[in-house]
Write a protein that binds this ligand. Structure first.
Ligand code: HEM
Length: 257
């Protein structure tokens, strides 16, 4: 997902900001604008494939672990927002202001849920408009040709929003906040120190202890070589993401057309 998103962002932004020197250099490195377009479509197929496989996986997970859709969608581990998220949000603002303790987060924090649905929505909007740009003859059998102009604006600006959000707000919330600085690698390893877990998701920790399930989840840490490889990948992704943000700010401030 990370590789496909970064490839889409890099190749998409070379088109969007094609009037900047950075875009000319990057497209040259990618083999020209035409080849950037091929990379864009190839990465798009991977992202759409991931989206479909995720939805299939959700249906399977529901069948395997939950008796009803209701339990799956509204249970304590659901990605859907609930009352606790509102309380956690208010509690977090108070904590920022030094007027209360850090909220006792459960399996998913409200900002993780927000990020999840932002991607869900983003893939749907960017993916559907991208397919219209890819197969214009097919889509104009059903919609007026002028809609393709609208699709270009939606695709381009929603992509800018997604890139801008992920490489700033998401990066900050996930990696740059003081508790995780400079990088949280749990997304790659699926593992974290028990002490860190207790602090990060206290409600989930307590629920696991109470139900006697904690032991089942304890595993050895990965060997240092694996952690190092993961960090190299993570730093590369962070580095490219931050560079794209600098490029966007430069293009907007000094070269916008
Ligand atoms: C997931 C499915 C996607 C598909 C099928 C798709 C397809 C396309 C197509 C066909 C174009 C027209 C340019 C060309 O012919 O090379 C395009 C342009 C573009 N794409 Fe995508 N894309 C997808 C996702 C994304 C994502 C995730 C981003 C960025 C995060 C993105 C950013 C852009 C940008 C910035 C442009 C240039 C638009 C402009 O001219 O202003 N695309 N895309």
């Amino acid at each position: 997902m990370i590789v496909s998103f970064i490839s889409l962002a890099l190749t998409g932004m070379t088109l969007k900001f094609s009037y900047t020197g950075w875009a000319a250099l990057l497209s040259h490195l990618l083999g020209g604008y035409e080849s950037a377009g091929y990379i864009h479509r190839f990465a798009a197929v991977i992202m759409i494939g991931l989206f479909i496989s995720h939805v299939i996986d959700l249906v399977r997970q529901r069948r395997r672990e939950y008796r009803t859709w209701r339990a799956f969608l509204f249970g304590p581990d659901s990605m859907l927002f609930n009352k606790k998220d509102l309380h956690d949000f208010i509690g977090n603002i108070k904590w920022f202001l030094g007027k209360g303790p850090r909220p006792s987060y459960g399996r998913w924090t409200y900002w993780e849920k927000f990020d999840y649905f932002a991607v869900f929505w983003g893939v749907f909007v960017i993916g559907s408009t991208g397919l219209m740009l890819w197969f214009p003859e097919f889509f104009t059998r059903f919609i007026p040709g002028s809609f393709l102009n609208v699709a270009t604006i939606i695709h381009s600006d929603e992509a800018l929003l997604a890139v801008g959000f992920i490489f700033t707000v998401h990066f900050f919330n996930t990696h740059l906040r003081p508790e995780k600085f400079p990088m949280d690698i749990v997304v790659f390893t699926g593992r974290m120190d028990l002490e860190e877990f207790k602090h990060d998701k206290p409600a989930e920790y307590e629920a696991l202890v109470k139900s006697g399930q904690l032991e089942k989840h304890l595993v050895e840490a990965y060997p240092p070589i694996v952690i190092r490889a993961v960090r190299v990948f993570g730093w590369t992704a962070l580095g490219i993401g931050f560079s794209i943000v600098v490029w966007i700010i430069y293009a907007m401030l000094f070269a916008y057309r």
